[in-house]
Design a protein around this ligand. Sequence first.
Ligand SMILES: *Cc1c(COP(=O)(O)O)cnc(C)c1O
Length: 211
Amino acid sequence: MNPANYLKIKNKIPSNVNILAVSKGFQSQDIKTIHNIGQNDFGESKFQEAFEKQLILKDLQSISWHFIGRIQSNKIRKIIQNFKYIHSVDSIEKLHRISNISCEEKKNPLIMLQVKFSDDPTKGGFDPELLKLKWREIQELKNITITGLMTINPKGLNSNANLVLFKKCRSLADSLHLPDCSMGMSMDWEEAIDAGSTWLRLGSLVFGSRS
Ligand SMILES: *Cc1c(COP(=O)(O)O)cnc(C)c1O
């Protein structure tokens, strides 16, 4: 892991776009190294792996943890207790459960709703039309703050196809008056910036390749 990679990418990104350093598969020591040079937001996709690192790093109060993985129903309470942001809420049922448990826990997680703009059977996510239909109902849910939408493009698209899908996400977020779009990973971050991403989720570009 080479901290120069992080600084290099940081310098290329406009200051209104946030970097979420995706630390899944990397050690707490790697997180510390990047944190020491100014990165505060870290993303993890598996609860147990994340929780172990959170315990080791608990004295680093300025770290904000983001959950970006598939949400198992039996982990919702723990996710709410230990993460400030949840990027990967992919169904209305889970959103209801998150709201109910957040009330019990007196928490108010910041949430991005995962939306699917292409037919990718390997990914979860709201159908955009369904999300629009349910939007009123969603806005009444207590103890959650929806700040935006999140999307993951299918692998292997060319640059223009990535841009088209990201623009759909930005445009839906705008129509719902949501400021955030969590989109763009190590392979497609440039298109995501062009389309109006506010959170790039960068793993290998920041930390190096996962072993
Ligand atoms: C792993 C992961 C990333 C980061 O992937 P890289 O290609 O390493 O940048 C981003 N978002 C999600 C949801 C992930 O699971």
